[in-house]
Design a protein around this ligand. Sequence first.
Ligand SMILES: *Cc1c(COP(=O)(O)O)cnc(C)c1O
Length: 438
Amino acid sequence: MTDLGRRLVTALPGPRSAELGRRLSAAGARAIAGPTAPSFIDHAEGAILVDVDGNQLLDLGSGIAVATVGNTHPAVAAAAGAQTAKLLHTCAMVAAYEPFVQVLENLRRITPGDHAKRSILVNSGAEAVENAVKVARYHTGRQAVVVFEHAYHGRTNLTLAMTAKAMPYKAGFGPLAPEVYRLPNSYPYRDGLTGPAAAQRAITKLDTEIGADKVAALVIEPIQGEGGFIVPAPGFLPALQDFCQAHGIVFVADEIQSGVARTGKWFASDWESVVPDVITVAKGIGGGLPLAAVTGRQEIMDSVHPGGLGGTYGGNPVSCVASVAVVEAIEREGLLDKALAIGQTITRRWTGFQEHDPRIGDVRGRGAMQALELVDPKTKAPNEALARAVAGHALSQGVVVLVCGTFHNVIRLLPPLAITAAQLEDGLDVIAQGLARN
Ligand SMILES: *Cc1c(COP(=O)(O)O)cnc(C)c1O
């Protein structure tokens, strides 16, 4: 057991991590061999990652929104551990098992809307997005897929085409999948548009450049993740949803980062009572084990013939029992409310900073998904150097903070919801120091 505080016993990286870093770069492709934190982690608990040198790091990233209920949550770990001794694999298409059904039932219950729903389970977020597009194309008999500026939907060939940013994601990896079209998003800090006005701008482009009757799916992150934690202006998502409904376009919410209690509701769509036709879920739903899902209206999902969707590992038994434990933990521990409280603490501190630091252009987010957009105060130009310096300071102090945004100028917080009030204040103090010193 750790004492649950941040505690450094060496400079970072410590000697054992430094040695592992050398082994990593000698054997790992450089495309992957550059982790944000220089420490190698031995074990973790709640919001604390303990590295191989005994340093206790404070985690404000949850392994990119995966460890939402907490790192190595005891109930999740116990369920997964017990399952490994019982049944590791059958392939759910060969022979299924109860945990697989439990996950499907949970998805039916926790996703927005009380219409008839059906789900499939896959392994990764990108795979879920690919399958959502397959289903929408099959159902509509149309081909075009509409996505947004600053979007991130994954790194497989189709999802790369859907992702906005060239570097580091797309550059050099073409040709990418065709029939993907990009529309302007709603970015209140930069475009100053109301939600309905931003939606109209997107719809006009869709109508004039693609044609609504060609569009199978509109895929959107209700809060954009990698693109900069951009929360659309109120009314943007509902207006797009209405347009999709009127034109037979499948409205797909990619909630891979924003879902599963992260924003203080089960899904970010719930904030505006948006009921997506199809929703993609991954990251937090597995509590650390790989699991992803596509959940949608029954008539859409079941338009696909039996055997038309699947894969060897989707809904693996260990991932499924972990997911069941995640959902139980969220309910038992009141984590939706906890996410809201975390959001209030962060917002209170950060709007305070903003009053005396004009480089903080925007403070935004919902629940435990919060961001600081750093800019040049005169021009609003993205301030990547400051974001890098603040994140670098935090990392040197043992606080794991991630940067995001098309221009790398957004500090994002995705703390595990198991974080204590004292841990959160400590992390925010370190970020404040980073801002003050740079
Ligand atoms: C992470 C992410 C994905 C891709 O998920 P992987 O599991 O990495 O394939 C897709 N969409 C969003 C919004 C994400 O944040």
